[in-house]
Design a protein around this ligand. Structure first.
Ligand SMILES: *Cc1c(COP(=O)(O)O)cnc(C)c1O
Length: 395
């Protein structure tokens, strides 16, 4: 049976493909070290799990939840945004629940992008931006994120006709996969650009809490007037170690929030009430696990830097996310390197090209395993002589 044409527009989900290759290795007896997918390895804080236990016993919570999130969930999310970013979000009209950011990204694109429309998509980026554009029949215009620009896109490099035609622009700082961060001046620039060209600005703030060395991430709504043109997607996944729970929300422009909620109400029936109650416990409870996790991530980052430098990589400490974005050794493609890492060392690292064409020449590592396991990965690289530059390696 012939599948829909749109199926041909999207490549297989990259992590599914990598997972399959790694599973084959593991089945063959290799002790595979997964530095691939970004998923916090620490448990969800206990007070959140406890709130879920309690909520699940109440039959009221077993029924369909209301569309767009319970009033209590929206209230708590709005308050958290006020405390964390100093921004005012009306719980009644400027917020809607999401079954995770991934779902929200897809649906906001479906709500705004018609066949033939253009989206402005960072490159490299979280693959959903590009793939959901294709699913909507649109075309992504890639905005390269380069190290020499601190992984910020050059808005001046976007051709006039593209800027005029574009419907929607995506940004993601702190950034996956480059670990780049932005300041308020950049956000101001993007807001002005989106306003000038009548573009819906979609800010993916998945890593707002995963920041180090004194850096604090910003909400787009810290920029005056951003609500006129922007929507921001936030998630409990990374901040509260809740990736499996599937809970997030979108805030901002009333029209955009309303349209996102409208499309969603035709597709899903929202988040299990008990999970929304657990999320409220997350918003209102102690936040100290965030600092603890960030300490853990910086320890791993520093261990990785020390080892990578010995292997000839020149690498500076990233200020956010549990990712490191690194060049592959000269003379190799991203895919060559990723394949070699799995075949020689039994280590999963996604090729940079999985995140867009500008990812060629790079690979990403995630710091989602403990230091002993990480060290084991670097020891295997030494053992199998995987150096960035053999001459520079001090092993
Ligand atoms: C992890 C991640 C998400 C997905 O988060 P969920 O809320 O779990 O769907 C969204 N955007 C980026 C950039 C991510 O890395």
């Amino acid at each position: 049976m012939e599948v829909a044409k749109r199926m041909k527009a999207i490549p297989p989900y990259v992590f599914a493909a990598i997972g399959k290759r790694a599973a084959e290795k593991a089945a063959a007896g290799v002790d595979v070290i997964n530095l691939g997918i970004g998923d916090p390895d620490q448990p969800t804080p206990k007070h959140i799990v406890d709130a879920m236990h309690k909520a699940i016993d109440d039959p009221v919570n077993h029924r369909y939840p209301p569309f767009g999130g319970t009033p209590a969930f929206k209230q708590a999310a709005s308050k958290w945004c006020k405390t964390r970013f100093g921004i005012d979000i009306d719980p009644a009209s400027e917020i809607t629940s999401l079954i995770g950011t991934k779902e929200g990204l897809h649906n906001i694109i479906m709500a705004y992008v018609d066949a033939g429309d253009i989206t402005l998509v960072p490159d490299p980026a979280y693959p959903v931006y590009q793939n959901s554009t294709y699913l909507a029949g649109g075309t992504p215009h890639f905005m390269p994120l380069l190290p020499e620009r601190g992984y910020l896109p050059s808005l001046a490099a976007i051709p006039q006709n593209i800027a005029q035609k574009a419907k929607l622009m995506l940004i993601n700082y702190p950034n996956n996969p480059t670990a780049g961060v932005c300041d308020l001046a950049f956000l101001e620039e993007v807001v002005a650009f989106a306003r000038k060209h009548d573009i819906l600005l979609v800010s993916d703030l998945a890593y707002s809490e995963m920041t180090f060395d004194g850096y604090k991430a910003h909400s787009i709504f810290e920029i005056p007037g951003a609500k006129d043109i922007a929507i921001e997607l936030q998630t409990l996944s990374k901040a509260f170690n809740m990736t499996g729970w599937r809970v997030g929300y979108a805030i901002g422009n009333q029209e955009a929030v309303k349209n996102l909620a409208a499309i969603k109400s035709n597709i899903d029936t929202d988040i299990f009430r008990a999970i929304q109650m657990a999320a409220i416990a997350a918003f209102e409870g102690p936040q100290d696990h965030i600092a603890l996790c960030n300490k853990l991530y910086t320890g791993r980052r520093d261990l990785a830097i020390k080892n990578l430098r010995k292997l000839g990589w020149s690498v500076e400490p990233n200020k956010a996310t549990f990712y490191m974005w690194l060049p592959v050794p000269k003379g190799m493609t991203s895919n060559d390197f990723s394949t070699m890492m799995l075949d020689k060392c039994g280590i999963v690292v996604p090729p940079g090209t999985a995140y867009g064409p500008s990812g060629e020449g790079y690979f990403r590592i995630s710091l989602c395993c403990d230091e002993a396991r990480l060290q084991q990965a670097f020891d295997r690289m030494v053992e199998h002589a995987v150096y960035f530059e053999p001459q520079a390696a001090k092993v």
